[in-house]
Every structure is written in C-alpha cells, then in structure tokens.
Design a protein around this ligand. Structure first.
Ligand SMILES: C[S@@+](CC[C@H](N)C(=O)[O-])C[C@H]1O[C@@H](n2cnc3c(N)ncnc32)[C@H](O)[C@@H]1O
Length: 495
C-alpha cells in the first residue's frame, strides 16, 4: 500500500487553529524563535513571518533542506495523525519535543472531526481516506494520554485536539492558573490626599499590583521598590496612603476574588496533575502562603469544593441560584462573559470541562446541565448583531465519560435561535439594555409566549409573520397593512 503523505498538506490561507490558539493565549513573543515542525507548504510560517515573528519551518516532504534548529516554541501541527507507523509517530513527537526550549504545541484531528467519507477503510490504527492518505483520528483523552506517555510530561488541553507541553512545570502551573484568574479591576481611589497626588505614579503602580494579585508585592516581584523608598519611605506607609484614598471593603473583595481564583485552579489541577508546592513559581507560592497559610490547607479547601460538586442536587441548586443566566428546567445558559461573576461551584463545574477540552474557539454561550454532569459550548457568531442569533455549532462534554459530541448547524435552514439575549449577560455587557428593550416589547405583544414553539428560526419567523411584526436591528416593527386603493381605471395601487 502506498500512502500519499505529500497529499496530506493542504494549502493554508489563514493561520492554523493551533497557532491561532497559542497567539490568543499570549504565548508567542516576537523576541522568541518559532519552529513549525512538519510545516507542509509553509502557510503558517509565511503568515507569522509576515506579522514580524521569527518563525521558520521544516518538513520532510515540502522543505527537507530547510534548517531544523531548536526553537523557543515548536509547533507540530496535524503531523502525528498522518503517520501510520506508531513507532515513527512517537519518535516524531519526541524529536519535536527535543527541539523545543520553552513550549511544544501538538495538534491532531479528533474522531468527531472525521468526515464521513474517511470512515471505512481501516489501516493500522487509523483509516485510509478517499485521497489515499492515512489519518489517525484521536479521542481528546487518547491524545492527551499518548502525549503524556510519549514525552513523560503532563500536557495542557488548549482546545479540542490541541495541547501545550511546557518545558518548565512552573510555567505550566502559571499558565493554567492565569486561565482561571479573572480580569482585575482597580478599586476606586476616590478620596483626596495631597500625599497620594504627590506620589501618584508609583502609588498607582503599587495599587495596580495589589489589584492584580490580591496582595502587596515582595521585593523581587516589583521593580519600583527603590523609587518607592526614596519617595515615601516604606511599603507600609505607601499602603496606608492607598487605604486612605480608597475603601478597605473594596480591597477585601479583590483579595477574596484572587484567593478564590487560586482555589479554582488548585481544585481543577486535581484532574490535570497538581504540581508540588516547589513546582509553582515564586509568585504563586507567595499567593498560597498569604491567602491560605500553607499549600496543604489550600489543597484541602480545593478538594472540598471539588467533592461538593459531585452532589447532583447541590449542583442543581447552585445553578438555580445563579444571579445571571437563563435557567431552564434542564440547564443554566450563560454568556461566557458572565462566567467570571459566578460562584466558585459554578465556575468549578465549567472548569472541569475546560480543563479536559480546553477553550472552544468561537463559543459564546455555555450550557451547564442540571441533571447530568455535562457542559456544552455553543457558538452564536452573530450574537451581538442579530436580535435572534442562530446556533452555528455546539460541543458537549460529558464529565463522566469525557466524551465529546459536536453538532453543526451552519448549513441548516432551520437552526435553533435565541430569545431574551440579555438574560445570558452580565450587567455591564455593552448593548445589554438595547437587548432588554427589544425583549420587553416582544413580551408586551405576547410574542414570546410558549417558548418551546419558537425555538427554531422558521417557527420564530412564522410567529412574527402571523402576529404582523418584523424586526429591524433590535427594533420590533409592525408590518404595514397592505391597503389597496382602487383607481378609477380599475387597476390596484398598492400603498
Ligand atoms: C496535514 S499536514 C500539516 C501541515 C502543517 N503543519 C499544517 O498544519 O498545515 C502533515 C504534514 O506532516 C508532514 N510529515 C509527515 N511525516 C512527518 C515526520 N515524520 N516528521 C515531520 N513531518 C512529517 C507531512 O509532510 C505534511 O506536510
């Protein structure tokens, strides 16, 4: 059997998903080098080089004479799934890993991505496609286990079918913790103080650090200590000035939020290789000591939270009590921007799926099931623009079996549509009020009665038509009655 490996590399017109994901995660820097190992026709290399990244590529078929030097970041994108020999496949992964100085990005196609026509002609542990190429479609957990076992390093799920392997365990832990850390907001510094105004710049820097970490910096974490000492004397004095211009309660909230974020990370690390205390970077070690006293105490609390999540009734009660979200009998639906304001147990529930699946590109609504441990990521590409956006894709993760189920409605004439968009959103979401005004007027005219009868695009459009309405932008309009005036010559004139 001749397998056409050269045919596996398609022309790329935009950046591949693994590199998009690593770019979005802020893990690529223009100061570092990037090697695209098995770069195919080099589309990603051209794109990244064009953006000013120091990127080069090597491929045994398309660029066999290119240099293949170690690099800070190595991408091995959709290569392992085209290699039919399992020994060569593992060797190839190890070779790419040996070239990575900081980070390896591994991606492979998943079973749920396999087009129907590829299923059928089994070969080794994969299939031969209609194009005569070999493809090994993985399960998400199979891919993770294979990477971990082959490299003897625990990888991180970045996205379905995409994993990051960090060379330094402390960087891995910091990356995972940052993923579950909410954006920080500086508390209002609203009281007047001449001292504060005189040293505003350095004090603002200090306040920002505390807002970010929930605690004051240690000497080696913050480069402005010498300036602060010359200007103000000591950090204690500086903290007093900041407290004087703000409210203590706000700082307590910041600290609670930060310690909860850390707890969330530690709880989720149970599924994902919890690091030893010494494997955390120094900043995280300090966070643990300041917030919990000891690593043991922190991990104990984290495990308790995780254990509580196993109780289905408690989980359902937590979802029913959520301050934001659309609660239906079977699930709570939330916009991803609302996740940050949820309780620890709800964030933990969603976090279990994210630790396993990684971030699902394009997903903006999360469905948290109430009666079975299942999280679904739904993607509504026109959520902001369309009054009643249509569902494009959904990916469900069952937390007991860790199985994916994907649905694609992009070619459907009659996809599910959303109503009452504001319910999914946090209070500060732009345009939330506009969405709420539309819902109020739809409610006034009884258009949202019997919601199960308007769940799909066709049924919703029919209801609008039957009741004599249409929607422009986010405004509900009455259809004009078509009056026909008869002119003298008998022809109708439409007004
Ligand atoms: C599906 S293409 C992916 C190309 C590119 N990384 C992308 O994402 O567009 C698979 C590539 O793997 C390359 N390849 C096959 N065996 C390989 C090996 N042992 N080591 C490195 N690359 C290999 C093929 O030449 C092909 O270009």
């Amino acid at each position: 059997l001749e397998i056409a490996r050269h045919r596996t590399a398609l022309k790329r017109y935009d950046l591949s998903r693994p590199l998009r994901s690593v770019l979005a995660a802020g893990l690529l820097s223009k100061d570092e080098t990037i090697l695209d190992y098995g770069c195919g026709r080099g589309g990603d290399v051209r794109y990244l080089s064009g953006q000013g990244f120091r990127c080069h590529g090597w491929d045994p078929v398309f660029a066999p004479t290119a240099s293949c030097q170690p690099a800070d970041v190595v991408n091995i994108g959709y290569v392992v799934n085209v290699i039919e020999n399992s020994v060569e496949r593992a060797d190839t992964l190890r070779r790419a890993w040996a070239l990575a100085r900081r980070l390896l990005i591994v991606s492979a196609r998943l079973k749920n991505e396999a087009p129907d026509h590829t299923v059928g002609s089994a070969y080794e542990d994969g299939v031969i496609t209609a194009r005569g190429t070999f493809q090994k479609f993985f399960d998400q957990s199979e891919l993770r286990i294979w990477i971990d076992k082959t490299l003897r390093v625990e990888c991180v799920a970045a996205s379905p079918g995409i994993f990051y392997v960090f060379c330094n365990p402390a960087e891995r832990a910091a990356f995972q913790a940052a993923r579950f850390r909410r954006a920080s907001r500086l508390p209002p510094l609203h009281r007047r103080s001449e001292l504060f105004d005189a040293h505003r710049e350095v004090l603002l820097r200090l306040a920002n650090f505390i807002a970010e970490r929930g605690r004051p910096p240690a000497e080696d974490e913050w480069p402005y200590f010498p300036e602060l000492r010359t200007r103000i004397g000591s950090i204690r004095r500086a903290l007093q000035i900041i407290e004087h211009v703000s409210d203590t309660a706000h700082w307590a909230t910041v600290r609670d939020a930060r310690s909860e974020d850390l707890l969330l990370y530690l709880a989720l690390s149970r599924f994902d290789h919890r690091p030893q205390f010494g494997q955390l970077d120094l900043s995280m070690q300090r966070d643990v000591k300041v917030f919990f006293g000891s690593y043991q105490a922190a991990c104990g609390k984290a495990d308790q939270a995780l254990l509580a999540l196993g109780d289905m009734e408690a989980r359902s009660a937590a979802l029913s009590g959520a301050a934001v979200g659309k609660l239906l009998p079977n699930a709570l639906y939330l916009h991803v921007d609302a996740l940050a304001s949820m309780t620890l147990s709800i964030r933990l529930y969603e976090g279990c799926a994210r630790t396993y699946a990684g971030s699902v590109e394009g997903a903006n609504i999360v469905k948290l099931s109430r009666h079975e441990p299942k999280i679904s990521y739904l993607s509504y590409p026109d959520f902001d623009e369309h009054a009643h956006p249509a569902l494009a894709t959904s990916l469900s993760v069952r937390l007991q079996t860790f199985q994916f189920r994907e649905r694609d409605y992009r070619n459907s004439q009659n996809p599910p549509v959303l109503h009452r968009k504001e319910c999914f959103l946090p209070a500060d979401y732009p345009d939330r009020d506009r969405f709420a005004r539309l819902t109020a007027s739809e409610d006034r005219h009884g258009l949202l009665e019997n919601p199960t009868a308007i769940g799909t695009r066709e049924r919703w459009e029919r209801r609008l038509l039957d009741r004599g309405f249409n929607i422009r932008g986010h405004r509900l309009l009455r259809n004009k009655r078509r009056l026909i005036e008869h002119t003298r010559d008998g022809t109708g004139l439409m007004l």
